[in-house]
Write a protein of this length. Structure first.
Length: 192
């Protein structure tokens, strides 16, 4: 399987060509944010305030990095379970966010928002946090420093590996994988 190279920020033409199951290598700027930061960003949007960065075309990585070792830009930076961001993701997609990176399945509401606002959900490999940190060339806190590891960081990454889990066509790699191997009398019970 050959990888698709993506440079951020991404636009709809890039997102439209991605399919569940594609391996991508992401380069450019991505932002880290977890549930506490997402809550603050959505509350700011609801108050009509500006966010710490322009969401349009951006990718948020659901991660709370470990402290950097001397001479390194960041410590281990593995993906966080994504469902914790599900209450906030549709609003951020509506505001222009194009990509999210995490691990685990997304809710039906998030999948519908991905289709409606032309976004994409990427899965990063859990357990590969030290490897993923090697893809980070620089890191700086840009907002919510009081959240510690969950502060919003601006990362410059090179060839950050991820898989397309949910695409704009409603495909879900996790469901597709289950359906490929399921052998039951009524596969529709499992969404197949």
């Amino acid at each position: 399987m050959s990888a698709i190279r993506i440079t951020t920020p991404i636009d709809e033409s890039v997102v439209e060509n991605l399919k569940a199951g594609d391996l991508v290598l992401i380069s450019g700027v991505i932002y880290t944010a977890r549930d506490a930061a997402h809550k603050r960003m959505v509350e700011a949007l609801e108050r009509g305030e500006e966010l710490p960065f322009d969401l349009r075309g951006q990718v948020i990585y659901y991660a709370g990095p470990a402290p950097a070792r001397p001479g390194k830009p960041i410590g281990s930076v593995g993906p966080t379970t994504s469902y914790r961001m599900d209450p906030y993701a549709p609003k951020l997609l509506e505001a222009g966010l194009k990509g999210m990176i995490g691990k685990g399945s997304r809710s039906r509401e998030v999948i519908e928002a991905i289709k409606k606002f032309k976004g994409v959900y990427f899965g990063a490999v859990g357990g590969a946090a030290a490897y993923l940190a090697r893809c980070v060339k620089s890191a700086e806190i840009i907002a919510y420093e009081d959240l510690g590891p969950e502060a919003v960081r601006r990362l410059v990454v090179e060839d950050f590996p991820a898989f397309v889990i949910n695409d704009i066509h409603g495909n879900d790699l996790y469901r597709m994988g289950r359906c490929k191997y399921i052998e039951v009398e009524n596969p529709a019970l499992f969404g197949c």
